[in-house]
Design a protein around this ligand. Sequence first.
Ligand SMILES: [Zn+2]
Length: 272
Amino acid sequence: MRGPGNRRGIRRATRFTIAAVAAAAVGGGALVYAGEYRNGADAGNDVNAADAEAPATTSAPVPAPEPLPAPPDWDYSTVIGYTGDDTEMHLTFDDGPGKDTPAILDILDRYNVKATFCMTGRQTDEEPDIGRQVLARGHLLCNHSYSHLPSINRGNAAGITAEINKANDAFARQYGAPQPTYYRAPEGVFNGQVPTALAGLKMRALGWAVDSRDWTKPGVDTIVNNVLSQVGPGKIVLMHDAGGTDRAQTVAALPRIIEGIRAAGYRLTTPR
Ligand SMILES: [Zn+2]
């Protein structure tokens, strides 16, 4: 067990992330920010089959402006890439529920790991039985928007709020779940009016510190290395249980990732 010095380290790292967000937001908008946040990875590439299959949006009527939110008890511009204490790391799975989710659930059960599933409302309505399994097996639900259209996160706060609420409504209808604490924006687009929307909803922006890039299907060894080369205190790891034709590489990589993170001295848990 390491001491409070390491905890300060986590806080410093978090501040760095926020500073990068702020600098990028001033300097060039969403894509720059996403690139910085992803530690130099290509920005705007979280486009997968889920995106491709999404229907084109029609021009919806512009909602009325929202009232200003009450003073927040949380800095909703904070994109959480690190959390918890210095003994833990966090696995997150995006874009489900989908047909490969049960295989991931079985692996997590085998290792007694609880993870965070950033589900879309659309997939919740497509695969409600699988989504219910995720919650029944003790994992944390995170909102990943209804339609997974990154353009929504570049719009106004009322539109973003409506999209997030539409997913929350699906979670309530299909799972009986309360509003999740966390929101993960499609493509990691957390700037613009997203903090305003999250402040109104009292939801927090769940980012990541480690990108497995599993959605690019680079091969199992590469996915494993992408994660295990970046282990560190409090880090949140981005993976995908759905969103493409299949997640076979993610499924194959997962046991090695869990074993490697544990071998490095970290336990796996969910953000609180
Ligand atoms: Zn996604």
